[in-house]
Structures are given as structure tokens and as C-alpha cells.
Design a protein around this ligand. Structure first.
Ligand code: ARG
Length: 569
């Protein structure tokens, strides 16, 4: 929790017992009532006293008036009673000194909510469908998912990241047919996943004209399910080719997974769950298919087995959840997918509850909105998609061009171009609440002037350069501070609460917005105040120390949303 809130709440709690004998309000209760006023004229922190009226049997105005004269001291310079509100104004120097020493002491652990100790979280994210394009629609699950993993790790949780690969299903029948008709080993080895996608797209185009292709595909998938060695070998090879490609993208993003157990992994684990569903009397026949009726819960039926007895997406998810519960004993199991799958998750979560699994309420679906690019929607089947790797490549190329223009013709290194280009795409994507539909425009993402990744990374590089000129990390010795310095300390102090909000709401964009706030506060400070050239030794030391604190916290915040932190751009 925010330290100012906690300390103020503790003080208020003691005051309340002193002024209102017999009444008691815990520090936690009071901390929950304290607010950060939107307008600094109303203080740095405020207590709306109407929230205490009932407990203290007094009017808000009387409470505020009684408490105000006794609250100053420590980080609180003064308190004003205004119309039933108690407004606190901080002592900038005392407050900044405490914030800075907290950051210096905790280092990159500053801001950790520490709530995950001894708990395990399983995160299912990215999970592309093998041999279908890995496109910009997957950016959401990949970066929201990984950022949530990093946030949970930061909070002390043990995390298990799972790539639930879409490596099973009728698309493999289609691909096998297409490969045998129009493909070749050489072409696939050379063209890698692009060639597989081409075959997949061609299959759909040809199947429009020739219906029988779909029957052939079903037959090939059936053979695969029954263990046909040729089809199995092809299937394994298709996965290998696809994974090779995904790994490049994951490497660029700095993402690794703890498990790649995809849908096929659960093939032999489904019959047991289907049996249980039957035993519990949950399965009904619906036009030959086996389903779980969910009318009572206002949802359509959840499909478990097709007419021909083959399993479906929900069946595999149920078996996977049981496996994870038994293997990892999770405290939470998080699934990050587009909002288009919300019903699917609501349905099978309910089925798991009806099956009697007591961990059903530990399953969490984290949905996100749609992405279009330059105003166009995506469509995998027609091949009208922007691949993630192409988008990253274009961003990297553009960063090189921009940096060459800025540097008299010499572009930055490949490593920096990749960190900035890929970072720009991720940052832009994570700038909005996850449920918002977004239209992606690369030019906006790459601008060095806007609220972008390059701007944030540039601010970080600026702190590195100041620290290197200063030859150390300074030491905060207090004394008078100006507005820009205090504003910076105040922004730094919000980080722990922002991390908590990001975790509680599964919302990495909270961190992105914090990064923008901190960058803005630092750049204002940088322009207003000479740092290494400050004449006064005390001032110089304070400012270098402020820069060092920004350096620590900005690096941590950027890393939490999968951005790299080059020291020079
Ligand atoms: N492969 C799926 C898709 O691309 C996403 C899988 C999400 N995870 C899950 N356990 N269902 O749509």
C-alpha cells in the first residue's frame, strides 16, 4: 500500500480513539477511506469525513474540525478542514526523503505488493494455432499474458507460463491434404511457416470450388487421430516448423514459457472427464452430439462430443484444467484470450463447477478487445492478415531509418533497433485498457514525441546518461525542494498502488500509464532544474538522487510490460 496513506491512516486511527473515547476505527478501515484529490489545491491526500459520521456519531464538519489541528507532523505539513473534508498537505522535503530512501533501500523490489508469497499462478497465454498465421490478433494474448506473468512474479507468486498450442484439430487434416496436393518438403523447409499458411489459405480457396476436399480433410484428420504413422510424422513436422517461427518472435519479446503442452497433450486425459460428466448425469444428447445444458445459467449448451464421438475445444480445456489443478495446485489459473472467447470460458468454467471440482472459482478469464490495423479488420482464412513478425520487422526497419536521420547517417545497432522497434509496438498496444478495441497505426507507435515506447525508453536512457555524467547515484539530503522535484517524488510514490491496481484488474495498461506519468514528471524536472551543473552541492546531490530513483523505478516498470531498457538510444 501507499506508504503515505498507511502512515496517515495509522495516525488518524490513534487520534480517533483519543478524541472519541470508546469509538474505534482501524488503520485499515481509514486507509480505505483516504483519497488522492484530483486537484492539488485540495491537498495531497484527503479524508471525506462523512464516511466516519455513523461510527463517531458526529457530523462530517465537526469531525474534520476536531481532527484538523492535531494531524500535522512527520510528512504532513498541515491539515485543513473544508466542508467536512480533511485535506492533508505534505511536507515536500520530508515526504521526498522518505520516498527516496524507500526506493534506495528496496531497489528494483520497490513497489512489489508482496501478496503472492507461497502461492502459485498458472497463466495460459499466446497459444497460437499451429500452421495458422501468428498475426497481430495474437499480440494481445502474448503481451498481456506475459506482462501479467511478470506482475505476478513481482508480487512473489510462483508462476507457470503455459503455451496451450492449438496443435490438434481438423486444420491438420486440411493441411495434410493441401501439402500432399500442392506442397513439397523443400518448399516448406525453405518457406517455413509462411509456406504452411499459404497451403492452408489455398486449401480454403480450392474447397470453395470443390466440396470433396473438406471430406478428404476430415478423413485425414481421422487417420491422424487413429495414429496413422505418415500423418503423425507430418503433424509433428508441421508443429516443429511453426514453433521455430514462434520462437523468433518470443525471443524478440524476451518471452519464455514453462510448458508447451498444447491441446494434443490432453488427448488421453479426456475420456476420464467425459466419464465423470456421464456419471454425474450432466451429459445430454442433442442432435447426436453430447452436450451439457446450461439454460439455467442463461448460456447455450457446452459441446463435449461431436456426433462422431470426437472431442471439442471445451473438452480439451476441461481436461487441461484438471491436469493443471493436479500438477501445479494453483491458487489461480489465468487464461488470456480475445473477448470473442468469453462465452466459451464462461461455459466450461460452469461445467467444471457442476462436475464438483472445488477449484472452479480459481479459474480466471482475462479477455481483451479486437485489433485492426490501419483501419482494416483481420481475416485468417483469406490470408488478409498482418503477421506479428512482419510488423516487428517493419518497426525495426523504421527505427533504423529514424536513428540514421538523427545521427547524421549512422543508424543505431541492430540490438537497439530491435529493443526500440518491438518495444514501440508493445507499448502502443498496452497503452489502452485491454477491453478497448484498437486500431493500430505504426507511425503513431514509433513517434519519439508522443506518448510512446521510444519516448519512455529515451527518458530511461536520459537518466542513465545523467547518472554517468554525475559519476554516481547521489544522496538525498533534504532541505528546500522546488515544485518539479516534489512532483517527481510524488509520482514515484504512486508506483506501489499502480502495481496493485494492475494486478487486481489484470490490467498492464496501468503500468504503461504510470510510465508516461513518470516520464513526463522527469522530463519537466530535467528541463526546469540543472542537475549535474547545479551550483549548490546539496541541490546537485538531491537531483542526482532523484534521477537515480527514476532510473530504478522506470527500468522496473518498463520490464513489467515486456520492454527492454537500452542505456543509450
Ligand atoms: N489456440 C486458441 C486460439 O488461438 C487459444 C487458446 C487459449 N487457451 C485455452 N486454454 N483455450 O484461439
Amino acid at each position: 500500500m501507499n506508504t503515505l496513506k498507511r502512515k496517515t491512516a495509522e495516525k488518524l486511527s490513534a487520534l480517533v480513539s483519543e478524541i472519541y473515547p470508546g469509538a474505534s476505527l482501524s488503520a485499515d478501515d481509514l486507509a480505505g477511506m483516504l483519497e488522492f484529490p484530483p486537484d492539488p489545491a485540495m491537498g495531497d491526500l484527503a479524508l471525506p469525513c462523512f464516511k466516519l459520521s455513523r461510527t463517531l456519531h458526529a457530523s462530517p464538519v465537526a469531525i474534520a474540525d476536531a481532527l484538523a489541528p492535531k494531524t500535522a507532523g512527520g510528512e504532513i505539513a498541515r491539515a485543513e478542514a473544508v466542508k467536512g473534508y480533511l485535506n492533508f498537505f505534505i511536507d515536500g522535503a520530508a515526504f521526498s526523503e522518505r520516498v527516496l530512501s524507500e526506493i534506495a533501500e528496496k531497489g528494483d523490489k520497490y513497489g512489489s505488493p508482496d501478496c503472492g508469497e507461497g502461492k502459485t499462478v498458472v497463466l495460459d497465454y499466446s497459444s497460437p494455432n499451429v500452421a495458422k498465421p501468428f498475426h497481430i490478433g495474437h499480440l494481445g494474448t502474448t503481451v498481456i499474458g506475459h506482462s501479467l506473468k511478470l506482475l505476478h512474479e513481482f508480487a512473489g507468486y510462483k508462476c507457470v507460463g503455459i503455451n496451450h498450442l492449438g496443435d490438434w484439430g481438423t486444420q491438420f487434416g486440411k493441411l495434410i491434404v493441401a501439402y500432399r496436393k500442392w506442397g513439397s518438403r523443400e518448399a516448406v523447409e525453405r518457406g517455413e511457416i509462411d509456406e504452411l499458411v499459404k497451403l492452408y489459405v489455398r486449401f480454403h480457396a480450392e474447397a470453395e470450388k470443390d466440396e470433396t476436399l473438406n471430406d478428404q480433410a476430415r478423413a485425414e484428420f481421422s487417420k491422424l487421430e487413429n495414429g496413422d504413422p505418415d500423418n503423425l510424422a507430418l503433424w509433428k513436422w508441421f508443429i516443429e516448423i511453426s514453433l521455430r517461427e514462434y520462437q523468433k518472435t518470443y525471443r524478440q519479446l524476451g518471452i519464455t514459457f514453462d510448458s508447451y503442452n498444447g491441446e494434443s497433450f490432453y488427448t488421453d486425459k479426456m475420456p476420464e472427464q467425459v466419464e465423470l460428466l456421464k456419471r454425474k448425469g450432466l451429459l445430454t444428447l442433442d442432435d447426436g452430439a453430447s452436450v451439457v445444458r446450461l439454460d439455467e445459467y442463461n448460456m447455450p449448451v457446452c459441446l463435449i462430443l461431436k456426433r462422431d464421438g470426437s472431442t471439442l475445444y471445451p473438452t480439451r480445456d476441461i481436461a487441461a484444467a484438471v491436469y493443471r489443478a493436479n500438477t501445479y495446485h494453483f491458487d489461480k489459473c489465468i487464461y488470456v484470450t480475445s473477448a470473442g472467447q468469453s462465452l466459451h470460458f464462461a461455459q466450461w468454467f460452469k461445467v467444471v463447477e457442476l462436475m464438483g471440482y472445488e477449484w472452479y472459482n480459481k479459474l480466471v478469464h482475462v479477455p481483451y478487445g479486437t485489433v485492426s490495423i490501419n483501419g482494416e479488420k483481420l481475416a485468417t482464412r483469406t490470408g488478409n492478415v498482418v503477421l506479428l513478425k512482419d510488423l516487428f520487422a517493419e518497426a525495426i526497419e523504421k527505427v533504423k531509418r529514424i536513428s540514421a536521420e538523427k545521427n547524421g547517417g549512422t543508424p543505431c545497432s541492430d540490438e537497439i533497433a530491435e529493443a526500440v522497434g518491438v518495444g514501440a509496438v508493445v507499448f502502443h498496444y498496452l497503452s489502452n485498457n485491454r477491453m478497448r478495441d484498437i486500431n493500430f497505426v505504426l507511425e503513431d507507435a514509433l513517434s519519439f514525441d508522443g506518448n510512446t515506447g521510444p519516448y519512455a525508453q529515451y527518458t530511461y536512457a536520459r537518466t542513465c546518461s545523467v547518472l554517468s555524467k554525475a559519476g554516481g547515484r547521489g544522496a538525498f539530503t533534504g532541505g528546500e525542494l522546488n515544485d518539479a522535484e516534489i512532483a517527481l517524488a510524488k509520482t514515484l510514490a504512486t508506483f506501489p498502488d499502480r502495481v496493485k491496481t494492475a494486478l487486481d484488474n489484470y490490467e498492464p495498461s496501468e503500468i504503461t500509464r504510470f510510465i508516461l506519468d513518470l516520464s513526463a514528471a522527469y522530463n519537466r524536472f530535467y528541463h526546469d532544474c540543472p542537475i549535474v551543473t547545479a551550483e549548490d552541492e546539496r541541490e546537485k546531490n538531491n537531483r542526482v538522487a532523484l534521477t537515480a530513483a527514476v532510473n530504478t523505478v522506470l527500468a522496473r516498470a518498463l520490464s513489467l510490460i515486456c520492454l527492454k531498457t537500452p542505456e543509450k538510444i
